[in-house]
Design a protein around this ligand. Sequence first.
Ligand code: PLP
Length: 402
Amino acid sequence: MSQQPTFAPMPDAAGFFGPYGGQLVPPHLKQAMDDINAAYAEITKRQDFQDELAQLFADYVGRPSPIFHARRLSEQLGGAQIHLKREDLNHTGAHKINHCLGEALLAKFMGKKKVIAETGAGQHGVALATACALVGIPCEIHMGQVDIEKEHPNVTKMRILGTRLVPVTRGAATLKEAVDSAFEEYLNNPADYLYAIGSVVGPHPFPMMVRDFQSIVGREARQQFQDRHGRLPQYVAACVGGGSNAIGIFTAFLDDAEVRLVGVEPAGEGTDRPGRHAATLTMGKPGEIHGMKCYVLEDQPGVPAAVHSIASGLDYPGIGPQHSYLKDTGRVHYETANDQETLDAFMRLSRVEGIIPALESAHAVAWAMRTAPTLARDQHILVNLSGRGDKDADYVAKVLGI
Ligand SMILES: *Cc1c(COP(=O)(O)O)cnc(C)c1O
């Protein structure tokens, strides 16, 4: 390539990041997506929208989240310094509140009567229910009956927050059926409803909107790091499920060629075991899923593979279209961490720094722990600690017999 790829402005008008993204949806849905896109472009330019979102980020979410130098962990590992962008300290305990607030506020400004979404483990559901309670807009969450029984604390929280919870009993009664059910309800009245997608996935404009709402993380982190150290970190790392927390921190660094960006995918029980990992970019190939072109893990064309990760927030057989493009261009390197390394990182960070990370985030910590000893002590790795591990504590204790 004679020219460096450019990353901004992305995506193009049709929602493509290179060959990925787009709107692979039927015509009536394309119209609904185009309406959201037009409203998004207009509303997010308005000063009253920007002011309200900035105020909520500050006073409600608790932004800016700090960067913590994990001194003891770095010392023990004997190499590069590890720093954590503390999205776990946000209200509701993860980065998801950033885009859920953006989506709920957008729905309010668009005059929508209801926000609809599906949830698997319930993390997206709780963050969205929270944002909708705050903004004052009805929220309807579809959830598989099997997941409802497994994820009691999150189900209870959603009910307390005033969400209408719709149990889905058809088929396997898990995430896939919940998506179908939520989508059917949305299609009953796309003019009055907003479907709130939980990551940088789905048809245009969602990968762009969710990225934009999350990009506050990287803007803060870049400035904070520069202020403290007078330079940028050599590495910025984040776990990758759909890719929202990763793109959120990467975006501000895309033009800093000297900063290496690393997305960490879940290798589960091993990338050599089909169905037992969710390393979409590492093991998948370009295809289509959920209204977009992106890398996918498939059993056969059009049939998504079974996926697994110890972190339920990472087990998705697709990946955001922008990540697919960033992989092909080489701007971001995608690595993996398996379940065991993730558990080790979860325990190590808890015991050495007194921070219990989400199992999702522990993937990125695991990569940093593996990499730090190979680097000099004056090198810096900045990890996006996407969430806290309260939700995982009982499970980990059971697995490890603590
Ligand atoms: C949902 C979730 C993730 C995975 O989603 P991305 O869109 O890939 O960021 C990561 N970390 C936490 C804490 C989550 O709740």
